[in-house]
Design a protein around this ligand. Structure first.
Ligand code: PEP
Ligand code: MN
Length: 335
């Protein structure tokens, strides 16, 4: 339920309303917008006497929110959420964040070289997987703790924030110096992991599951937010369809649709969505034009030799060419 409050409403009356809601085990969440203040109610609101509430002097209007996601809902928070990293980089509300780097961290030299080049091309964040969710247990599983240490070392050496995937909440202490924690597609509905991430205060890049609906994606965001962490970035990375010509099918319509459904930033991953480096630049630009708040792109200095996802990785030169076109796409972005 959403209560739109009257402008300049009486503070004592508002305190009484807040206390009344808490007595009913309902938690009010306030959004102070430019024109109005909204009180979003989370909990079992079925017993609330709407007529009594509507009769209060401070109440302008009341809306029932029928969707099961509440805190992630645009109705609760009409303005875009803007998430800021420690170095001031922002995502959301018209701030485009470009994340780029290898699928997997392979060595200090590899990561340093890629970090330098993507930063020079304008990337805001370096990506690099240390814990890798591989379909085969015999495939390279990532450099794990050693990889995370290298990532943080390169972050400090090059001066760029970093994003990397977590697979087990017991690893959370290892992520202390990571700027954005990624939840991969395969873990989108690992609810215990989501609850633990909800209790930390780092931005979470939540990828859509291989066969999950947008509503399910938002319910996973809700798991994180309901534990107190409101810094959730959603990522569309392609879904499973009957088409086999691409690795997955990129659902570009997820961008404008999610912007209607939620206030959270939306990122596109054209690398995992297509599985083909030749398709990545056009899909990345399409995402920006569709209004995406960010991109996450795999870049490798030697894609043929990459230990993971080489076929979908851009070379640093290809990434540089794409980065040069992003500003133009932003100019015609539809929002
Ligand atoms: C990745 O980002 O390297 C990754 C494994 O992505 P996804 O979870 O989208 O498959
Ligand atoms: Mn990958």
């Amino acid at each position: 339920m959403v209560i739109v409050l009257k402008n300049n409403c009486d503070k004592n009356q508002l305190d009484r309303l807040t206390a009344w809601m808490r007595e009913m085990n309902i938690e009010p969440h306030f959004t102070h917008g430019q024109n109005q203040t909204i009180m979003g109610l989370v909990g079992d609101t079925s017993k609330i006497d709407v007529d009594m509430l509507g009769a209060l002097d401070i109440v302008e209007s009341i809306k029932r929110v029928s969707e099961p996601y509440k805190q992630a809902n645009r109705k609760f928070h009409p303005e875009d959420t803007v998430i800021e990293l420690e170095n001031g980089t922002k995502i959301g509300g018209g701030n485009l964040m470009v994340m780029a780097g290898p699928c997997s961290i392979e060595s200090e030299e590899q990561l340093t070289e890629i970090a330098k080049s993507v930063k020079a091309s304008g990337a805001n964040v370096l990506r690099g997987g240390a814990f890798k969710p591989r379909t085969s247990p015999y495939a390279f599983q990532g450099m794990r703790e050693d990889g995370l240490q290298l990532l943080v070392k390169v972050k400090e050496k090059i001066g760029i924030p970093v994003v990397t995937e977590i697979m087990d909440y017991e690893h959370l202490p290892l992520f202390e110096n990571v700027d954005i924690i990624q939840v991969g597609a395969r873990n989108m509905q690992n609810f215990e992991l989501l609850k633990h991430l909800g209790r930390c205060d780092k931005p979470i890049l939540l990828k859509r599951g291989l066969s999950n609906t947008l509503e399910e994606l938002l319910m996973s965001a809700e798991y994180i937010m309901s534990e107190g962490n409101e810094k959730v970035i959603l990522c569309e990375r392609g879904i499973r369809t009957f088409e086999t010509a691409t690795r997955n099918t990129l659902d570009i319509s997820a961008v404008p649709l999610l912007h209607q459904m939620t206030h959270l930033p939306v990122v596109i991953d054209p690398s995992h969505a297509t599985g083909k480096a030749s398709l990545v630049p056009s899909m990345a630009l399409a995402a920006v034009v569709a209004g995406a708040d960010g991109l996450i792109i795999e870049v490798h200095n030697n894609p043929q030799k990459a230990l993971c996802d080489g076929a979908q990785s851009l070379t640093p030169e290809q990434f540089d060419d794409l980065a040069g076109r992003i500003e133009g796409a932003k100019q015609v972005a539809y929002r």
